[in-house]
Design a protein around this ligand. Structure first.
Ligand SMILES: [Zn+2]
Length: 410
């Protein structure tokens, strides 16, 4: 069995490597990030595990079997944080993995695969505004020009890497060979309230939602706020409001879909003028591509109706698009049965945020286990997971690794 107290102590210890309090501020390629990595290396070495760090700072710890022909199961997450973040986001996944490695190694347990844990470089993107650097480099999807991104002091990602002794010019060499890997597993704090509402400590992520961003401009007719009777108005702000209310009401009936209108600009924006135009943003997310298409169709239909009903003109401009990423069904089944064996109901949920698992999923069977977040609070100092939930997550992962049959993934 895993050593529960050692895992809980590690979480507290890692949280002390922070630039500021309250909470954890551990940006990539900083002294505190280096100290946190050194802590992990020390823990791994004292347990007689193999440690290596690649050219962009991905830190690997490994329990190797005496058989060169075996493949590897990779467990990972990240140890960088946002500014004033919490102590579980990322760290939980790496430390749970480390605890498993130590347990298997101490028991000299024979596994039908090598077991490796990775702390990926800069998942959050808090310093250079470009995230998931390590996992994207590991799958060969980090572009060279991204190294030119700068932090608030004008230092580039490339310079920051070099200052900490890494070799960004050897970025290509860090790419993993998917043929050598069986699967990727990640434990991560949920950062939402789905599990809390269901009173469950952990859940299996079915996928990471895709998104479509649009800008919508509604044009009406400006007029004097006092001299224009209500019946004579073509008010784009009132029309836009109807549009938002209609879509908000509709999307609530669609599972795993969300719509947000986060920005709005009113022209000319004067207290005594009926607006001439309103421009607002739409952030649409869903777990299925079909649902995203349905959202887009519904938006277009609502635009046409709005023009017919209110006389405004509506224009939609696409801004950004990201496809949903499904987790591997075999890994999901493995995690679900591990949850059931631990005595809990196995539930599935979607992830509204991106994680390293989303990139690993493009090259190997990947799975993500979410752990209940108190009040859904994350990316803030009071981010909390109950100790017993941390332990449950680690035990579920331990169970999943024990039951993982290489045949299922070959
Ligand atoms: Zn994270």
């Amino acid at each position: 069995m895993i050593n529960k107290q050692r895992l809980l102590d590690d979480i507290e210890a890692l949280a002390t490597f922070t630039d500021q309090t309250p909470g954890v501020t551990r940006l990539s390629f900083t002294q505190n990030e280096q100290k946190a990595k050194q802590y992990l290396k020390d823990q791994a070495l004292v347990s007689d595990l193999i440690v290596r760090e690649d050219a962009v700072g991905n830190l690997y710890m490994r329990y190797e079997q005496h058989d060169d022909t075996l493949k590897t199961v990779l467990i990972g997450s990240h140890i960088d944080s946002v500014i004033h973040g919490g102590k579980y986001d990322g760290a939980l996944g790496v430390l749970t993995g480390l605890e498993l490695l130590r347990t298997f190694k101490a028991n000299q347990q024979t596994l039908p695969f090598h077991l490796e844990v990775v702390a990926f470089t800069d998942e959050e993107g808090a310093r250079f505004k470009t995230g998931m650097i390590g996992s994207r480099a590991a799958i060969g999807q980090l572009e060279k020009q991204e190294l030119e991104a700068t932090d608030m002091n004008g230092l580039s990602l490339e310079q920051a890497m070099v200052l900490e002794g890494y070799q960004p010019e050897r970025m290509q060499e860090v790419q993993l060979n998917p043929d050598e890997y069986l699967a990727y597993l990640e434990v991560h704090i949920e950062q939402g309230k789905v599990l809390e509402k269901q009173a469950l400590p952990v859940g299996v992520v079915a996928g990471i939602v895709g998104l479509r961003w649009y800008e919508i401009m509604v044009t009406g007719e400006a007029g004097h706020a006092g001299a224009t009777p209500m019946a004579d108005r073509t008010d784009p702000l009132i029309a836009a409001s109807r549009f938002m209310l209609e879509l908000d009401e509709w999307v609530r009936t669609i599972p795993d879909a969300v719509l947000t209108f986060g920005q709005i600009k009113v022209d000319p924006g004067s207290i005594n003028v009926i607006p001439e135009a309103v421009t607002f943003s739409v952030d649409a997310r869903a777990l299925d591509e079909e649902t995203l298409i349905a959202l887009e169709t519904r938006i277009e239909q609502a635009m046409v109706r709005l023009e017919e009903k209110t006389g405004v003109k509506v224009k939609r401009t696409p801004l950004d698009i990201a496809p949903p990423v499904k987790m591997d069904e075999r890994v999901m089944a493995l995690l679900s049965s591990a949850i059931e064996q631990s005595g809990f109901k196995a539930t599935t949920l979607s992830s509204g945020a991106g994680h390293d698992a989303m990139h690993m999923a493009s090259v190997m069977p990947s799975g993500l286990l979410f752990v209940r977040t108190k009040d859904g609070h994350s990316h803030r100092p009071d981010e909390t997971i109950a100790d017993e939930d941390v332990v449950t997550a680690a035990e579920v992962l331990y169970q999943a690794v024990q039951s993982l049959d290489p045949e299922t993934f070959s």
